[in-house]
Design a binder for this molecule. Structure first.
Ligand SMILES: [Cu+2]
Length: 140
């Protein structure tokens, strides 16, 4: 490839393709403190969010290295373009924009899949996302 063609290729790439650094620190981790995977719960589900290597800040905080928690309930992990836009807010995606680190979920009886995902002050998860493992619980 000649030099001009190479330059044309480089400038044709979107800026995101050239970004080397991930948004979240590499050591950052998000996880469930409770409930445990496989837990059987009577009634309301007490959930505690664990986070390390990155800080919690309320929604609207425009600062690198901090974010707020979201719980995905019986939802697919966002992927592709979904990661670079704000997470929706609905019955399957709960925002904790106040900087909360725990909640109580009122879920119908049956099996449920839960996952945590961190997003920045504008509710954007970034790619690659900072997600917990998916846990499965049963509500009696
Ligand atoms: Cu949010």
């Amino acid at each position: 490839m000649n030099r001009l063609a190479w330059l044309a290729l480089v400038f044709a790439l979107p800026a995101s393709a050239l970004r080397a650094e991930p948004y979240w620190p590499e050591k950052a981790r998000v996880y469930f403190i409770t409930p445990a995977n496989g837990a059987v719960v009577n009634g309301k589900v007490e959930v505690k969010f664990g986070l390390s290597g990155v800080g919690v800040a309320p929604a609207g905080t425009d600062k690198a290295g901090v974010g707020h928690h979201h719980v995905l309930i019986d939802a697919e992990t966002p992927k592709g373009d979904e990661l670079n836009q704000p997470l929706p807010a609905n019955a399957h995606v709960k925002h904790f924009g106040g900087g909360q680190t725990e909640t109580v979920l009122d879920l119908p009886p049956g099996r449920h899949k839960l996952q945590l995902i961190l997003a920045d002050g504008n509710h954007i998860p970034h790619d690659p996302p900072l997600v917990s493992e998916i846990i499965e619980i049963e509500v009696k």
